[in-house]
Design a protein around this ligand. Structure first.
Ligand SMILES: C[S@@+](CC[C@H](N)C(=O)[O-])C[C@H]1O[C@@H](n2cnc3c(N)ncnc32)[C@H](O)[C@@H]1O
Length: 195
């Protein structure tokens, strides 16, 4: 009986995993593999980590270890914790302790969900030191925010009118000493400049 229960539990999580992978796999090539040289054998902090599916894959195939994640939604947090054992998870940038250090900060599909993106990112850079910043962000959003699935957001957003353009974002990040190195469509790579 106990064995049956265990089998059922494992089977459900396999289905959950496959569903989650299908929802995010389109980002694996451009947002991760094409930055392999920046991610391999590195530690990361991921803001808006969702279920941590891509992070778990990166750990396996790139030895890229996401040690800190920020994710406000409990259902995503639960799966993320299971897929990334040992990860430290926080609900918001506010909750993140000071004096964190990683090789890479990931901001993938998250800046558009930050209503107060200037304040959130300023606070993030005060708390975390990282040489590399990898961003996935659309220049303009011509669709509404559903607030469902991967667009879950704490601000009950209905649209993306607050979201910065690439130009605004690059200017803002330069003020925080992050210099744009490469830009490939919506994937932008910045490096911290010691001034
Ligand atoms: C579009 S998904 C992107 C997931 C992942 N980064 C990727 O590239 O596949 C955005 C994630 O950010 C989370 N999120 C929303 N608002 C947030 C906030 N203010 N701070 C941190 N995460 C947030 C959402 O719950 C969701 O899991």
């Amino acid at each position: 009986m106990a064995k049956n229960k265990k089998t059922i539990r494992r089977k459900i999580s396999m289905i959950e995993l496959r569903t989650a992978w299908n929802e995010c796999k389109h980002h694996w090539q451009k947002s991760w593999l094409e930055h392999k040289h920046l991610l391999q054998n590195k530690t990361c902090l991921d803001v808006g980590i969702w279920k941590g599916v891509l992070n778990a894959k990166a750990r396996k195939y790139l030895n890229c270890n996401t040690i800190i994640g920020i994710e406000p939604y409990l259902s995503h947090v639960k799966m993320c914790q299971k897929l990334n054992p040992g990860i430290m998870l926080y609900n918001t940038v506010d909750d993140l302790p000071h004096e964190q250090k990683v090789d890479v900060i990931l901001l993938q599909g998250i800046i558009c969900l930050m209503l107060y993106w200037r304040d959130d990112l300023t606070q993030l850079f005060e708390k975390v030191k990282a040489k590399t910043l990898l961003v996935r962000h659309e220049d303009s959003y011509n669709y509404q925010c559903s607030g469902a699935k991967r667009e879950t957001n704490i601000h009950n957003l209905k649209n993306f009118t607050h979201s910065p353009t690439h130009k605004q974002l690059i200017f803002f990040l330069a003020q925080h000493n992050y210099k744009l190195i490469t830009k490939k469509e919506d994937n932008l790579h910045f490096e911290y400049e010691n001034i």
